[in-house]
Write a protein that binds this ligand. Structure first.
Ligand code: GDP
Length: 301
């Protein structure tokens, strides 16, 4: 955790240091407040949250008069924590429900880190002594099923897939849920395709995957994988997925490579669902539960 925090903190120093330097300067004129706003917008906090945060900080400064850096840091921590919203349920449904495996479907645009996330999550769940089954329903990208199976072998869990490239993803998803039930697994993780250039096609495909799974079992968790470095574009993609399948949680990947940690706040507000996991690198251990307080501390350290 310490290691992850250090990495996160490094990646977010632009936000923390920049802001604190600006805010503890004392008598802030309009230009200085604009700099504060720019810093927050650059970190992808989004217009709405930035406005709210700046309004609160301005009010506090006005009431308090001049404040030293420690005081400002405390305010910033409180305000950011409110925005990140620690009250949201960030647990992952990964235990058997009513005598059947939990079903987790992972969606997102290709390249965001979906398959990697499924592999890392499988590893986390296996470490928690769960019986995991993987389903390779990304049948569009030729190497996706191989990539997932390699993760499965590394982690020691079975992968249900089709050997036919271009097979019906809904059929593979169906087989994965069925197979997991037969194996009396705790949880089945289903990787899906995400070709956003064809929005209607994606809607049809994911909609069908969902409907076909639902013939056997409810979807307990639909995790949307979002690349933190894609900023506002990522938010629009997120909305499309949310309309098609309904999202229960967000996995924000590639936070290690960006100072745009504010996207956590922006995406939660836009979709109304919590960021549950964060990706902090390409390695098998680089997936962590999202911890609001730790995250805010890392940002403003
Ligand atoms: P998919 O097409 O969405 O299934 O994407 P992949 O899982 O194949 O990942 C695409 C690339 O992103 C790969 O090179 C991954 O190693 C990399 N990747 C995934 N998650 C992270 C992360 O959290 N941080 C970094 N730096 N790279 C990541």
């Amino acid at each position: 955790l310490q290691r992850l925090r250090a990495r996160l903190s490094r990646s977010n120093t632009a936000l923390g240091k920049g802001l604190l330097a600006l805010l503890s300067r004392g008598d802030l004129d309009e230009e200085a407040w604009e700099d504060v706003e720019d810093t927050l917008l650059t970190a992808d906090l989004g217009v709405e949250a930035t406005t709210e945060l700046v309004d609160s900080l301005r009010t506090r400064l006005k009431v308090h008069g001049n404040a030293d850096e420690a005081t400002v840091r405390g305010w910033l921590r409180e305000e950011l924590l409110t925005l990140v919203d620690p009250s949201m349920d960030r647990s992952i449904a990964s235990s058997r429900v009513e005598g059947r495996p939990a079903v987790i479907v992972v969606v997102g645009v290709n390249g965001t880190g979906k398959t990697t996330t499924v592999g890392k999550l499988a590893r986390v769940l296996v470490a928690e002594d769960k019986d995991v089954v993987l389903g390779a329903a990304d049948t569009f990208r030729a190497a996706a099923a191989d990539q997932l199976q390699t993760w499965g072998e590394r982690v020691g869990v079975p992968t249900i897939r089709s050997d036919r490239e271009g097979a019906d993803p809904a059929a593979v998803a169906f087989d994965a849920v069925k197979g997991a039930a037969e194996l009396e697994a705790d949880v089945v993780l289903i990787d899906t395709a995400g070709r956003l250039h064809n929005k209607v096609g994606l809607m049809d495909e994911l909609g069908k995957v969902k409907r076909v799974i639902e013939k056997q079992s409810p979807l307990d968790e639909v995790l949307l994988v979002l690349d933190a470095t894609t900023g506002q574009n990522g938010l629009r993609q997120a909305e499309v997925f949310s309309e098609v399948v309904g999202i229960t949680g967000i996995v924000l990947t590639k936070l290690d490579g960006t100072a745009k940690g504010g996207i956590v706040v922006a995406v939660q507000r836009r979709l109304g669902v919590p960021v549950k996991l964060i990706g902090l690198g390409e390695g098998p251990d680089d997936l962590a539960p999202f911890d609001p307080a730790g995250f805010v501390d890392a940002i403003i350290e």
